[in-house]
Write a protein that binds this ligand. Structure first.
Ligand code: C2E
Ligand code: MG
Ligand code: MG
Length: 435
């Protein structure tokens, strides 16, 4: 019986999904933005359904529940769709709406209907509806994502104690606030869900590959691709960053070992969080990883942010000196966004400044960005640091950087971060320069 219910529910959901996806394929993005028709999913949860079932008078409760479902479904137009998944859950799909505002009107109508029903039919039971609304193409690319997002929005409505939650594009990046991210990362590590992607770095003079930055790539089974910038800041100060960074370092070096056959293997840059850096076992962890994978230390660059280095400058200098003695390179990531002061820079034994992408993006057109970049390059030259520009989105920026004296570049115009396999192919096509 239970299995029958589950099977029926998943069949209903798959059928609905097929209808939604079929509709989406018939409505590709139009040439004019304003012509875009949309599709909204409203996921409905009725929290008092169990109590309604046992409403005084036996079968009356069941009848009330059925009536309530009918009232909810009657709020959508005949050519829209509704599915009753269970006593407590329904899905409504509005096809071809002109704007997200129409979905809001539908929500208001639905809530009115439920209130009226409550007032006219129910005396002792208070129904609490929770609605989650998601609109295609605003917050989802396909039917699967749309249904998932609508159900996520119901969770959020419940958490906030609201009758409804309208999922906005900006919530896409916020969603991680709503679950136990640390436990999720631990699970992902255990289940081998995380991958590293590699973004090529090239010489601005010759175009040859010089290295790559290793970046976490997480395809979550429920939420799809999650950018590291949406979850790293949330866990950077928690204990889970330790196993996570150990995993990154080992995975990056294991991968590098497999590319060592290449005549001139790339250098790999690995991001290190401030908590890792201040961990007393940090140096042991790095030297252990290098020896496990047999990697020459000069092929590893650790990327640290200014704020990580400035937390305790004396301690930072001691660790940086130790890394230098070990032959490991250090780069200051997102340079220019912190509290760059020449006084502290002068004393830091680092090898490279990585100019933040916010200064590179509009380098061709923005005069003040160009001044900042020129200044950073000058500082790097004066102190004997290498300099890398990240966030190059236009090819024409590459020769300009070369002209300004920045020798290395990274960005979408060169390549997006690539899977290990794709980066292996990239290396075959763009071999590393002889040093
Ligand atoms: P980051 O170290 O500054 O990494 C560069 C980020 O910029 C990456 O985003 C990369 O995909 C993106 N990017 C590269 N080129 C371009 C471009 O031309 N345009 C634009 N708009 N973006 C570009 P991603 O992968 O989302 O990583 C974001 C941040 O997450 C990283 O910033 C880093 O701070 C952190 N992160 C990523 N992987 C790791 C890791 O393994 N460990 C730690 N501790 N942090 C990581
Ligand atoms: Mg970085
Ligand atoms: Mg950066």
């Amino acid at each position: 019986m239970y299995m029958d219910v589950i099977e029926q529910r998943s069949r209903q959901e798959s059928e609905l999904l097929a209808v939604i996806n079929e509709w989406i394929t018939r409505h590709p993005e139009p040439a004019q933005v304003g012509d875009q028709v949309k599709l909204a999913v409203i996921a409905v949860e009725i929290t008092a359904a169990t109590r309604l079932r046992s409403y005084p008078g036996g079968p009356r409760g069941e009848q009330l529940l059925r009536e309530l479902h009918q009232r909810i479904c009657s709020t959508v137009r005949p050519d829209d769709r509704h599915v009753v998944l269970s006593d407590t859950e329904l899905l409504l799909v509005l096809f071809g709406i002109k704007s997200a505002g129409h979905a809001r009107l539908a929500v208001r109508k639905l809530l009115n209907e439920i209130t009226q029903y409550q007032n006219s039919e129910l005396e002792t039971v208070r129904i609490t509806p929770r609605l989650g609304i998601a609109v295609w193409p605003d917050v989802a690319a396909n039917g699967e994502e749309l249904l998932r997002t609508a159900s996520l929005a119901v969770d959020r409505a419940r958490e906030c104690g609201e009758a409804f939650f309208f999922y906005q594009p900006k919530n896409r990046d916020e969603k991680l606030f709503h679950w136990n991210i640390e436990a999720e990362i631990e699970r992902a590590l255990k289940e081998d869900e995380l991958k590293l992607h590699f973004q090529p770095q090239i010489s601005t003079a010759s175009g040859c590959t010089t290295g790559a930055e290793a970046l976490i790539h997480w395809h979550h089974p429920r939420y799809g691709y999650l950018s590291p910038s949406s979850f790293i800041p949330l866990v950077e100060n928690s204990a889970v960053i330790d196993p996570l960074s150990r995993w990154c370092l080992h995975s990056a070096l294991r991968q590098l070992a497999s590319w060592m056959d290449n005549l001139h293997p790339p250098t790999l840059s690995v991001n290190i969080s401030s908590r890792n850096f201040s961990d007393p076992s940090f140096l042991d962890m790095v030297s252990n990883a290098l020896s496990v994978w047999g990697i020459p230390p000069n092929l590893l660059t650790l990327e640290l942010t200014e704020s990580a280095l400035l937390e305790d400058i004396d301690y930072a200098i001691t660790i940086l000196q130790a890394l230098q003695r070990m032959g490991i390179r250090v780069s200051i990531d997102d340079f220019g966004t912190g509290y760059s002061s020449l006084a502290y820079l002068k004393n830091l034994p680092v090898d490279e400044l990585k100019i933040d992408q916010s200064f590179i993006r509009n380098l061709l057109t923005d005069r003040s960005d160009r001044n900042i970049v020129e200044t950073i390059i000058k500082i790097a030259n004066d102190f004997g640091f290498g300099v890398v520009a990240e966030g190059i989105e236009q090819e024409a920026i590459i020769p300009l950087l070369h002209e300004l004296g920045c020798e290395t570049g990274q960005g979408f115009a060169i390549s997006r971060p690539l899977s290990a396999e794709a980066f292996g192919q990239w290396l075959a096509q763009h071999p590393c320069a002889k040093s």
